[in-house]
Design a protein around this ligand. Structure first.
Ligand code: HEC
Length: 105
């Protein structure tokens, strides 16, 4: 995967870049972090299956300006409503969205 070098595990076994993670964004006492993180991981698998990260990753294959990086949890979170709209309205992935109705749901 072209985006692999942008996400890694450091020598201490911590996921990096740390600043993009929900454990960094939210308070340690927030009871929802684990659930939101699990939801993101599941979503990220789907992004890869539907080729979203081919374009929405730092190598910017489609020359977007501004570039939306969906492969970082923090950016995916800030784009969550727009992402749902793009998928629902069959705008992403170009040219006609996700063909299979069940998969798109
Ligand atoms: C072939 C390259 C490509 C693929 C694959 C792709 N995108 Fe995009 N995406 C773009 C480009 C380019 C834009 C910039 C706006 C435009 O031209 O429509 C964009 C814009 C977006 C936006 C923001 C739109 C806005 O108006 O701000 C979202 C959200 C998005 N894509 C999500 C996705 C998701 C989710 C997938 C996978 C289901 C996906 N994209 C797959 C190229 C791609």
């Amino acid at each position: 995967m072209p985006n692999r070098k942008w996400i890694w595990t450091d020598a201490r076994g911590k996921k990096q870049p740390y600043v993009t993670l929900y454990t960094r964004l939210f308070s340690p006492s927030n009871p929802h972090v684990a659930k939101v993180d699990a939801a993101y991981r599941a979503f990220e698998v789907k992004l890869r299956q539907n080729a979203c990260v081919v374009c929405h990753s730092p190598d910017n294959a489609s020359k977007q300006n501004p570039l939306l990086i969906l492969s970082y949890p923090n950016q995916a979170l800030s784009l969550r409503h727009e992402t749902v709209r793009q998928i629902k309205e069959k705008r992403m992935p170009p040219p006609a969205g996700i063909f299979d109705d069940q998969e798109r749901q």
